[in-house]
Design a protein around this ligand. Structure first.
Ligand code: SAM
Ligand code: DTB
Ligand code: SF4
Length: 352
């Protein structure tokens, strides 16, 4: 039986055994199904570009075993207080002129202090005034804090479940899975879009990856954006010696995410520096339609912007977003031009 897109009802009742069955399909069948699903709800040749900035770095009291910013591990990171608004705006303007449409600000906190909220509100309103979408990831949020950020106009809040409920305690002991679910609920109740995903390659097994996706998909509504990070192994963190993650299993996880949450953006996230172009192309084929773009994640590096633009160009993928400024050129762009008739005026088509 086939359904029109209007009639398609996303599921919030996934069982782990059926998710494992998806993971274990022949690779070509899984990719074909994921790409077919992707095409029902998205333009398959468009990606969303988000740029990250660490607005408060290091000295975090939490013990997340993957994280270079925990005060418990010696990773040689230079800690920084909350950035001044001028520094944030300089980075946001640079991100916008490189072609990013969303600016994601991350802080190494367990949760924000109420005294920091006025500075955060200023960052949100000034970045929005540039015409960019805003996202923050600041740790746990109370109901009241979520409301204040939403009132300031914050579009997205990122808070990852990271892994399955049962593997979680192997990775983090200073806050519970339930704490994370409560923050997601506070974010959604306040009216913000939810960005939540996880990390692959922390020693979890496929059953844990299925468990993470079941938790995300069975939330009252699917996260709007789902970052699938591959562990960045940072020397000094307890997970620095984790085994390399199997590339095809990463692609399978993207494909299963696309099948379970077909209307959400799926982000090919941290770890892209460890992926070759062919692997990233397979991730897009499997249904990924968002990336972290620009040369730094929070504290670790990300592929260079020009390499990313070249890869997108080779694949015929355009950016969902703004005009990419080219000060040395009178033309609109070497890579993109505005398509005024597009369904969204901010969608740019490849010049050709
Ligand atoms: N402190 C806040 C929190 O944990 O909610 C916000 C910042 S924290 C760095 C945001 C997310 O980055 C984490 O939840 C984790 O999923 C991801 N992350 C951190 N270190 C990573 C690493 N080494 N590799 C991949 N993802 C990582
Ligand atoms: C997410 O899921 N990945 C981003 C963002 N949300 C905040 C962070 C990745 C961090 C990688 C390690 C670092 O650069 O510190
Ligand atoms: Fe702190 Fe966030 Fe890193 Fe955990 S992931 S140690 S909460 S900065």
């Amino acid at each position: 039986m086939s359904f029109s897109n209007e009639e398609f009802v996303v599921r919030n009742d996934w069982r782990r055994d059926e998710v494992l069955a998806l993971f274990n399909k022949p690779f070509n069948d899984l990719l074909y199904e994921a790409q077919s699903m992707h095409r029902r709800f998205f333009d398959p040749n468009t990606v969303q570009l988000s740029t990250l900035l660490s607005i408060k770095t290091g000295a975090c009291p939490e013990d997340c075993k993957y994280c270079p910013q925990s005060a418990r591990y010696d990773t040689g990171l230079k800690k920084e207080k909350l950035l001044h608004i001028d520094n944030v705006m300089e980075a946001a303007k640079a991100a916008k002129s490189s072609g990013a449409t969303r600016f994601c600000m991350g802080a190494a906190w367990r949760s924000p202090h109420d005294r920091d909220i006025p500075s955060l509100i200023q960052m949100i309103s000034e970045v929005k005034a540039l015409g960019m979408e805003t996202c923050m990831t600041l740790g746990m949020l109370s109901e009241g804090q979520a409301e204040k950020l939403a009132d300031a106009g914050l579009d997205y809040y990122n808070h990852n479940l990271d892994t399955s409920p049962e593997y979680y305690k192997e990775v983090i002991t200073t806050r519970t899975y339930q704490d994370r679910l409560e923050t997601l609920s506070n974010v959604r109740q306040a009216g913000m879009k939810v960005c939540s995903g996880g990390i692959l390659g922390m020693g979890e097994d496929q059953n844990d990856r299925a468990g993470l996706l079941v938790e995300l998909a069975n939330l009252p509504s699917h996260p709007d954006s789902i970052p699938i990070n591959m562990l960045v192994k940072v020397p000094g963190t307890p997970l620095s010696d984790a085994d390399d993650f199997e590339p095809f299993e990463y692609i399978r996880t993207i494909a299963v995410t696309r099948l379970m949450m077909p209307k959400s953006y799926v982000r090919l996230s941290a770890g892209r520096e460890q992926m070759n172009e062919q692997m990233q192309a397979l991730a897009f084929l499997a249904g990924a339609n968002s990336i972290f773009y620009c040369e730094k994640l929070l504290t670790t590096s990300n592929p260079k912007s020009n390499e990313d633009l070249q890869l997108l160009e080779k694949l015929g993928i355009r950016s969902e977003g703004y005009y990419i400024e080219q000060p040395d050129s009178q033309r609109e762009s070497d890579l993109y031009r505005v398509c005024a008739e597009s369904r969204d005026e901010n969608l740019y088509y490849r010049a050709g």
